[in-house]
Design a protein around this ligand. Structure first.
Ligand code: ZN
Length: 251
């Protein structure tokens, strides 16, 4: 099943795909028990919004060996966590803004995990059972700022630095997920969960021992090697098989 969020005359609504081009509107977020209202709209003409409205976005750094190496870092002994603020969220199709403070903004295509039930202090098996679905994330990063500051906060948090979507897909096999990132049609990154240093269950369990994860929270699981610059006019695409392609321009 694929879940979207769309702009409607009476405001943003969650929806689920019931056909190639048919969305059925829901009365609440699907992870909060949202039920079909009987109203429909067309996927191809709908204005897509971010398919999640998380209370927090938890990201994982250096979770692929080859990516840690390309930036000159060691693989951490424990997951390296940081946060992006919900104000950085960007819908599919909207433009990433290059901030004047940075001369080097880069894409990081990632597999996003959406939490289904509240998680606190759980083991990996229970954590995996609490996953609602999967989405695609671009963890856009001002690399020059990240390199000269200890905290990642500023480098990772500019408005528009967290494109997510186009949908949240349920029922995908978590052990078979893969992600690709292209810029202007040229493949820059590809990776899969088998290459992760810490798998999804281990990550969620680790995070749940620090902070309670709420339904709808978003975990971005780290990026494979091949990160590179985004320039004015670029088109960047992050694809997670089963989720679709998250496309954003750059300006
Ligand atoms: Zn990242």
């Amino acid at each position: 099943m694929r879940f979207y969020r769309v702009e409607q005359p009476n405001g943003p609504r969650f929806a689920r795909a019931t056909g190639d081009d048919v969305l059925e509107l829901l009365d609440a977020a699907p992870w909060s028990g949202g039920r079909p209202t009987g109203e429909h709209c067309s996927l191809s003409t709908a204005q897509l919004l971010t398919p999640v409205t998380p209370s927090k976005i938890v990201c994982v750094g250096r979770n692929y060996r080859a990516h840690a190496k390309e930036l000159g870092n060691e693989v951490p002994a424990e997951p390296l966590l940081f946060l992006k603020p919900p104000s950085a969220l960007l819908p599919p199709g909207a433009a990433i803004r290059l901030p004047p403070e940075s001369q080097r903004v880069e894409h990081e295509g990632e597999i996003g995990v959406v939490i289904g039930t509240r998680l606190h202090n759980v083991d990996a098996q229970e954590a995996v059972r609490s996953v609602f679905g999967i989405t695609a994330v671009n963890d856009v990063t001002a690399r020059d700022i990240q390199k000269r500051e200890v905290q990642f906060t500023r480098a990772k948090s500019f408005d528009t630095f967290c494109p997510v979507g186009p949908c949240v897909a349920t029922g995908l096999a978590l052990e078979q997920l893969s992600v690709r990132c292209s810029v202007n049609g040229q493949l820059r990154q590809h990776g899969n969960v088998e290459q992760m240093v810490f798998g999804i269950g281990a990550l969620l369990s680790f995070i749940s021992r620090i902070m309670t994860l709420e339904p709808g929270d978003l975990i971005s699981t780290g990026t494979p090697e091949g990160v590179g610059p985004l320039l004015q006019g670029d088109k960047v695409e992050v694809e997670v098989v089963g989720v679709g392609v998250l496309t954003n321009g750059v300006r």
